[in-house]
Design a binder for this molecule. Structure first.
Ligand code: SF4
Length: 83
């Protein structure tokens, strides 16, 4: 495993890097001890991309986004950093 991920030693550790701010969501690692699994399962079932992939590109983004695969592609193209 890559050394920069070595501090992730158990499944609940992703609450330390999850950037999702929807703390009402039962799948948020801040509330759920099962790590990313419920979030990813929910997104896969709904054909959506998890919020962390959006916030990686735009940390202060509005929560109202199109989380579909197509929406993520458009978001990425719109927020693509130059250079
Ligand atoms: S997959 Fe979901 S739970 Fe995991 S870091 Fe991303 S937004 Fe958070």
């Amino acid at each position: 495993m890559d050394e920069k991920y070595a501090n992730i030693t158990k499944k609940g550790d992703n609450k330390n890097f999850c950037t999702c701010v929807d703390y009402e969501c039962a799948c948020n690692p801040a509330k759920c001890s099962l790590g990313c699994t419920p979030c990813v399962a929910k997104c896969l079932a709904e054909n959506e991309i998890p919020a962390c992939f959006f916030r990686k590109q735009e940390p202060d983004m509005d929560r109202k986004q199109d989380y579909t695969f197509e929406g993520f592609a458009n978001f990425t193209l719109k927020h693509k950093k130059q250079g």
